[in-house]
Design a protein around this ligand. Structure first.
Ligand code: BGC
Length: 756
């Protein structure tokens, strides 16, 4: 025993001298192996356990948690989530370091989804910027704040492709397209982790939810997922693969089943694909309780069977499942699982701790000075503003109501969300302080030119009573007593800014909806205000694509502002007053009706694409089948013209990529940014292929009157997909290439690819 402790101390001394970054892979593996060799089975299982901090580690443990505190002190806990702040994380780490035998540092995880204290736009909103640089920078800032507050691991980015507006968690992802989701996921991973994991500001990222969670049937959260191999490989897995290739340190599995097998207990996903085929070396944490939830799924009789299924399938860490800590030892004693499986999981967890430099300094994230300096800094507020304005999408601008003209002397700001300081923070708000965001009204007051009168009427409440992450919210369905004042205020103004949409707690986890229109009395409010004054700019605040059909047909101007975080109102005001020319594009299709969901641009053609005169083609008889506002769509205060699409050749084969060139001219009077998008279609393939697939994009700044050439390269990899042979390959044949400012209005050309 003494001898082992001496070896451990020596080992820790060596690790202090060598920064984990400079460790070669073999050295890293040697360190991991030597720590593992010192561990008892109980300690190994402990590393695979993650507790939440709903108990007080700094004071006497709350009833029922004494055991957990004891486990922490004995080194039988590998990670905790929801412990935040230097004081609390330091204390929990101290209890572990000062009492446990091997002193293996804890890693503290937290849902830093779009910011820790400074909130940036919700991920879906920020994805509308199509600006990978800003997304990397906001992830970086969120990591700096978290790292300064004791957190070494974020459960982000969510890279679930999601196409169903009914699913509340659509707000947490990057939309409906696997190519875009992959690019954004990688940018966020880079921002969280940086190139130097040992840096005190770098934290581990987590690609979640592996896999298929965004495809919950009927958009109902946690629901069954049924999909085929082609969809799994071509649509769902690419963003995860991209994150793994980018070095994401951890994965989280998901609550859902696919084809009868819960993902948490799915060896095909976790072992075969992730750990073997992709050679992934990080670890997989379960989703909250998802191991024990296999009992409710009906594939495990009890915790022990759930632990058996999850462990053999490749889940490495049990988040609040109470399955691993209670069962693995027995499973090994009974000879049902080999200790090598446990060793593999523990090595993965230790590896990440070494990579982050936690063995060098377990208190690496516990710097009280940094905590004071980093959180909610001026720089982060500025960055939040920048990200906010880039995320806004101009959906409609009839009569050029925007940017607000100088002749507008009275602006009426109306709506239940107009002076809401809380909803912009979103549902996953980290340590964001309630009511700390800038409201739209406040932003307008700040940015309105001198002499402009700004009036306000709420019109109606959107919700009644308490709103919170875990509780149901009550919508105001009846009280219209504020309508009179709203109408009067609208009548007296030159322009109305009508701020409507969703409360923060209408979107996010467990916020599935069958109705994606305006909740409560908002529809009525929109109509009475519009009747009083038709010069209406609708500012939408929401976390999902909504059914805004009536407004799209009637209201002259619509601005999609999502939930933009701390600086929401300032970002909106900069766009309203023309200080920033909007450049966002939708990362999700906006439907005409909830009945179209799931709706996405990259659909299949079907055998009956139509349209034909008879009814017998794939469509609805009561609604169009296309989107109201399609994927990739968004206007600017200027206009862009696309022409001269040309290809470097009419055919190509491996080793000699093809280039596509297009001219984009700013034909308006203002400078602006445009997201130039490249789509492909594989006309005949071994499996059915989407009618269009995003395969490239570039955000370009073009001065008024100027023309820019944009060049894309198409290579074999871009044409590859998961074919009928069950592997990724490019097939010979005819392709169409499309370039445009959204997924519908495009220029088109053709080429052949020869797989030689
Ligand atoms: C969510 C995860 C999250 C976890 C920890 C779960 O309910 O699905 O995305 O990371 O809780 O808070």
């Amino acid at each position: 025993m003494r001898c082992k402790l001496v070896i451990l101390s020596l080992l820790l001394m060596i690790s202090v001298r060598l920064s984990a970054q400079s460790l070669s892979k073999t050295k890293l593996e040697a360190k991991v192996d030597s720590v593992l060799s010192l561990m008892t089975l109980e300690e190994k299982i402990g590393q695979m356990v993650q507790y939440s901090a709903s108990w007080d580690v700094t004071g006497p443990p709350t009833a029922g948690n004494e055991n957990r505190l004891e486990n922490l002190k004995r080194g039988l806990v590998g990670s905790m989530l929801n412990v935040t702040g230097v004081k609390a994380t330091k204390e929990a780490q101290r209890l572990n370091m000062e009492n446990s035998r091997l002193k293996i540092p804890l890693i503290f995880g937290y849902d830093v989804i779009h910011g820790y204290k400074t909130l940036f736009p919700i991920p879906l909103g920020e994805s509308a910027s199509w600006d990978l640089d800003i997304m990397e920078r906001t992830a970086r800032a969120a990591a700096r704040e978290s790292a300064a507050a004791g957190i070494g691991w974020t459960f982000a980015p969510m890279v679930d492709v999601s196409r169903d507006a009914r699913w509340g968690r659509i707000m947490e992802g990057a939309g409906e397209d696997p190519f875009l989701v992959a690019k954004i996921g990688v940018a966020r991973v880079k921002g969280f982790q940086t190139d130097d994991l040992t840096s005190p500001t770098a934290i581990a990222a987590c690609a979640k939810h592996f896999a298929g969670y965004g495809f919950a049937e009927a958009g109902r959260d946690y629901n069954t997922v049924n999909l085929g191999m082609s969809e799994l490989h071509n649509t769902i897995l690419p963003p995860f693969k991209a994150a793994a290739d980018a070095g994401v340190l951890t994965f989280m599995n998901s609550f859902n089943e696919i084809d009868g097998i819960p993902s948490t207990g799915n060896p095909y996903l976790q072992r075969e694909i992730l750990k073997e085929e992709w050679n992934y070396k990080g670890f997989i944490v379960s989703d909250w309780g998802s191991i024990s939830e296999m009992i409710a799924h009906g594939v495990a009789e009890n915790h022990k069977e759930a632990a058996y299924i999850a462990l053999t399938a490749g889940s490495d860490m049990d988040m609040e499942g109470n399955a691993y800590e209670t069962s693995i030892e027995d499973l090994i004693k009974e000879g049902r699982v080999s200790e090598t499986l446990v060793d593999d999981a523990v090595k993965r967890i230790l590896r990440v701790k070494f990579q982050l430099g936690l063995f060098d300094d377990p208190y690496k994230y516990c710097d009280a000075k940094a905590e004071k300096k980093e959180l909610y800094s001026k720089e982060n507020q500025q960055l939040s503003l920048e990200a906010g304005k880039k995320s806004i999408v101009l959906l409609k601008n009839e009569n050029a109501l925007l940017p607000i003209a100088s002749k507008v002397k009275t602006i009426a700001v109306i709506g239940p969300l107009a002076d809401d300081n809380d909803s912009p923070l979103g549902n996953w708000r980290g340590q964001g302080v309630s009511n700390s965001a800038v409201s739209v009204l406040e932003g307008i007051r700040r940015y309105a030119p001198k002499g402009t009168k700004v009036t306000y009427a709420k019109g109606a409440d959107l919700s009644i009573g308490e709103r919170s992450f875990l509780k149901h919210m009550t919508i105001n369905e009846t009280d219209t007593s504020g309508f009179g004042k709203a109408v009067e205020t609208a009548k007296e103004a030159d322009l109305v800014i009508l701020v409507v949409g969703e409360d923060a707690f209408q979107t996010g986890e467990a916020r599935s909806q069958t109705d994606i229109g305006f909740a409560g009395v908002q529809d009525e409010l929109i109509k009475v205000v519009y009747k009083a004054n038709s010069n209406v700019v609708m500012v939408l605040m929401n976390g999902r694509p909504m059914d805004i059909s009536w407004s799209a047909a009637n209201i002259p101007t619509i601005l999609e502002s999502w939930l933009l975080g701390s600086q929401h109102g300032n970002a909106v005001a900069e766009v309203l007053f023309g200080k920033y020319n909007p450049s966002g594009k939708l990362p999700v299709s906006f439907p005409r009706s909830v009945g179209q969901e799931p709706l996405y641009y990259n659909q299949k053609n079907t055998g009956r694409p139509g349209p034909i005169e008879d009814v017998t083609y794939s469509h609805y008889v009561d609604e169009r089948r296309d989107a109201l506002y399609p994927f990739g769509y968004g206007l600017s205060y200027t206009t862009f013209k696309y022409d001269n699409i040309s290809l470097s050749a009419s055919s190509f084969s491996e080793g000699e990529p093809l280039t596509v060139t297009v001219s984009v001219t700013n034909t308006g009077k203002l400078d602006g940014e445009e997201v130039v998008q490249l789509y492909l279609r594989d006309l005949v393939a071994s499996t059915t292929r989407p009618i269009k697939e995003l395969k490239g994009f570039e955000k370009v700044f073009i001065k008024a009157g100027e023309t820019k050439k944009v060049i894309f390269t198409i290579d074999r990899e871009l044409l590859s997909f998961y074919t009928r042979n069950k592997k990724w390959e490019a097939e010979s044949g005819d392709f169409k290439v499309f370039v445009g400012g959204n997924s519908v209005d495009v220029l088109e050309a053709s080429f052949k690819y020869k797989n030689e």
